[in-house]
Design a protein around this ligand. Structure first.
Ligand code: SAM
Length: 365
């Protein structure tokens, strides 16, 4: 089976390592590739069949997409791949020409192997890059081609609101992918535990990527700007045994973090502290790991306050951090100055896509 897995831009290597670990646990043969056809935020996998024994001792096939949907912390979508193709020059083509190429390609694919004609279906389109066609055009065109193909085998049914099967058609630059989206319409990063929606919350997939970069090994852990608690909650959900602290200046957000932790079933695993991260040493004498999505001054607060906020925070952090810190922000200059002037060393830097933004992630020691 071929799978197309989606995640955030810049964390494909971490998603790949997670998926390889999950396949290794199943004992199936696999080959995982980062950025198939050069597309960011994508990982593809070729994986063999897995089996389990049911309660009556009969051997059953295990659904690998279901297994990934349930276990992964870094993926957004699990798509059973039908086909992929490079459409050279499609970016500049007239809409009719570009859509005809897509339609002819899809019409030639054996989509009937992936869906029963009696099941209702819908096509969701996704597009990224410069094109003269929209994602709606792509969904409509692919939908027509799938419908006509399935009509050879019976009477297909389209249901755009509540389809039994979702086809996903992606055009990223000149790379086209078609598959069955087993995740459904809500991406996996939208966690069911989120009952309080912080205006600048972090995607849970990125929270897990930051945790992977910090490599916490049971030592004490703090998110000093914890907002709605995404990082501490995701860490607690991994069954982390060490002490976890969620520090936040504003009562409203801290209350939201508590509500989220309650909904996630980990409220007893996290200490919630209302306080100012620029006075960190008043709340903790020492901490092994600090991981945070810093304020950027975009949605909350003012951009002009950021350099001083970061400088004051890293000065405090220098007095308490024992092992490793991982931080993300859009404010490259301000964070690099604060890191360096307070005696930290940057051991790793990468760019991560978060919504429409590209954020800088730093590991410091
Ligand atoms: N990762 C969080 C989440 O997923 O909900 C969002 C963090 S948000 C980018 C930054 C948070 O830092 C905001 O909730 C803001 O209220 C808080 N904050 C701003 N200044 C602070 C300070 N001096 N001390 C502690 N928290 C602060």
């Amino acid at each position: 089976m071929r799978l197309l897995l989606t995640t955030s831009r810049g964390i494909e290597d971490l998603a790949r390592a997670e998926v390889e670990g999950l396949f290794a646990k199943l004992g199936v043969p696999f080959r995982v590739e980062e950025r198939p056809l050069g597309v960011e935020g994508r990982v593809s996998a070729e994986v063999g069949e897995a089996h389990y024994r049911d309660e009556k001792g009969r051997e059953r096939e295990l659904s690998i997409p279901t297994y990934l949907n349930e276990r992964s912390r870094l993926l957004h979508r699990v798509i059973v791949g039908i086909a992929s193709e490079r459409f050279k020059g499609i970016e500049e083509e007239e809409p009719e020409v570009a859509l005809k190429r897509i339609e002819d390609f899809v019409a030639s694919l054996p989509v009937e192997r992936y869906v029963k004609v009696s099941e209702s279906f819908a096509v969701r389109g996704f597009r990224k890059g410069e094109h003269r066609i929209t994602s709606v055009d792509i969904a409509r065109t692919v939908g027509t081609a799938v419908f006509e193909r399935l009509s050879r085998f019976g009477s297909p049914r389209v249901n755009l609101d509540h389809p039994a099967v979702i086809f996903r058609a992606e055009l990223v630059g000149d790379a086209f992918f078609l598959g069955i989206d087993t995740t459904g319409d809500s991406s996996l990063h939208k966690r069911p535990w989120r009952v309080y929606d912080h205006p600048a919350h972090l995607k849970a997939s990125i929270a897990n990527a930051l945790i992977e970069l910090a490599k916490p090994d049971g030592g004490s852990f703090i998110d000093p700007f914890c907002g709605s608690g995404t990082i501490p909650i995701e860490l607690a959900l991994r069954g982390y045994g060490g002490r976890i602290t969620c520090l936040e200046k504003f009562r409203k957000h801290l209350r939201g973090a508590r509500m989220n932790a309650l909904s996630a079933g980990v409220i007893d695993r996290i200490e919630f502290v209302q306080g100012d991260a620029t006075r960190l040493s008043e709340y903790v004498d020492s901490v092994d790991f600090a991981v945070s999505n810093l304020p950027y001054g975009l949605k909350i607060g003012r951009k002009g306050d950021i350099p001083k906020l970061y400088m004051d925070f890293f000065r405090e952090l220098a007095g308490v951090l024992e092992r490793r810190g991982v931080f993300i922000t859009t404010e490259k200059r301000a964070i690099e100055r604060a890191i360096e002037e307070n005696g930290f060393k940057i051991t790793h830097h990468r760019l991560i896509g978060h919504g429409g933004l590209t954020v800088h992630a730093y590991v410091v020691e």
